[in-house]
Design a protein around this ligand. Structure first.
Ligand code: GDD
Ligand code: MN
Length: 386
């Protein structure tokens, strides 16, 4: 054996030859999803460094190509301290998926997630670790709703919405968990490993996702903390966060039967029918446009509406912008035109053989929708996921 190398056992009983100079890996990885958090990174890094002290920690920043070049700063911090790392994703968005990819980049036996805007209380991290290391727990959650916790400056509306979301999530998470929407927690790696293939990674509520994706009930504890005021940067969460949360819950409940994106696609399609008639009616009645021209105009409007709304809701994580939006619009219209031919062709045939007009129409719509979904998923948004 080479001098300076030593034999170490791997977990499965194999052997690994390592340089004696190599340090052991981190005990805890703190995954921090960031988007435009440049003004918070230096302070947060410092605070986590102070909070975790001698513990073998690492920070994994996961940035979605923020325009403020947060990733660049994260890499500068990493250059000064090798315990800091940065994963930069291009052409993707999503808080939950960012957390998952950060955790996948870690080898630590304990995994934590904390926001990158200093709103969570990083001084809880060592306590979370102590609780987990005691061996009786799988997960420790920072909660705003247990005795001693707080929601900071939240107004009545946001509080009401948060509580409403918590109530809806009850079908999937245990009653005793007071803050399933929390984005601040630490868990054993085994919990993540057991859940990772079943995670939906839709939207922002990765904790709900984790609780709903583990076959065994998790042994957990909540520690109180007060949600701090954001002093730099802006919140990225908006009203669409609620839609994403609904999609997450739906995916967890029915995703194994029907892809939740397909459900969203159909909901948008149904709204598109409304848009079609909202355009068609005035064109026919007030502008006295001839039917084929009015129908063509209404179809283009409805398809544009469907494309734009699907781009924002159904494919929020892969949203097309700029010239890619235009190219997407074109491919969407092309795919849906073929879908429309299939729809009409099949419905006509079904009507001829069965004579049941409405059922024939439904059959045509179902096949057209499935085609539109499958083709635009692949070619408009270039997605290989369900
Ligand atoms: N990589 C990445 N990609 N990070 C993101 C994205 C994204 O698409 N969207 C948001 N983030 C990062 C932010 O930069 C921040 O560090 C963290 O995720 C939380 O986002 P905020 O925009 O600050 O969320 P908030 O303060 O409104 O929401 C908080 O409350 C929720 C509870 O209701 C967060 O703590 C959530 O984690 C928590 O679930
Ligand atoms: Mn925040």
């Amino acid at each position: 054996m080479l001098a300076g190398w030593e034999r170490r056992a791997t977990r499965d009983g194999g052997a690994l030859y390592c340089s004696a100079m190599i340090h052991a890996g981190p005990e805890v990885s703190v995954v921090v999803p960031i988007f435009n958090e440049r003004d918070n990174l230096i302070e947060l890094t410092e605070k986590i460094r102070t909070a975790l002290g001698d513990t073998a920690w690492e920070i994994i920043y996961v940035d979605d190509d923020s325009p403020d070049r947060s990733a660049e700063l994260a890499r500068e911090l990493a250059a000064q301290d090798s315990r800091v790392r940065c994963v930069q994703r291009i052409g993707r968005r999503g808080l939950s998926s960012a957390c998952v990819e950060g955790m996948l980049a870690s080898s630590a036996p304990y995994l934590a997630v904390i926001d990158g805007d200093l709103q969570h209380d990083e001084s809880l991290l060592p306590h979370m670790l102590t609780e987990l290391k005691a061996g009786q727990l799988d997960m420790v959650v920072g909660s705003r709703y247990v005795q001693g916790g707080g929601t900071g400056d939240w107004d009545a509306k946001r509080l009401r919405l948060s509580k409403l979301g918590t109530r809806f999530s009850r079908v999937l998470v245990p009653d005793q968990l007071t803050d399933p929407m929390s984005g601040f927690f630490m868990m054993r790696r085994a919990v993540f490993d057991a859940a990772v293939h079943d995670l939906s990674t839709i939207g922002t509520k990765i904790l709900t996702d984790l609780f709903a994706s583990t076959a065994q009930p998790l042994r957990f504890k909540e520690l109180p903390y007060s949600f701090r005021l954001r002093t730099a940067g802006d919140s990225k969460l908006d009203s669409l966060t609620r839609w994403e949360y609904a999609m997450l819950l739906l995916d967890k409940l029915a995703g194994h039967i029907i892809p939740v994106r397909f459900i969203a696609f159909c909901i948008v399609g149904a709204l598109g029918v409304g848009v079609h008639f909202a355009v068609l009616t005035p064109l026919l009645q007030f502008a006295h446009v001839r039917f084929p021209a009015a129908q063509a105009a209404a179809t283009i409007c409805a398809m544009t509406f469907n494309f734009a709304v699907n781009n924002v809701l159904t494919y929020r994580d892969q949203r097309l912008r700029g010239w890619r939006w235009l190219r997407g619009w074109l491919s969407f219209n092309l795919a849906c035109s073929v879908g429309a031919f299939m729809n009409v062709g099949l419905a006509t045939y079904l009507n001829e053989i069965s004579g049941t007009r409405y059922l024939a129409a439904l059959g045509g719509i179902a096949v057209g929708a499935a085609w539109n979904y499958a083709v635009t998923k692949r070619f408009t948004w270039n997605s290989s996921q369900a």
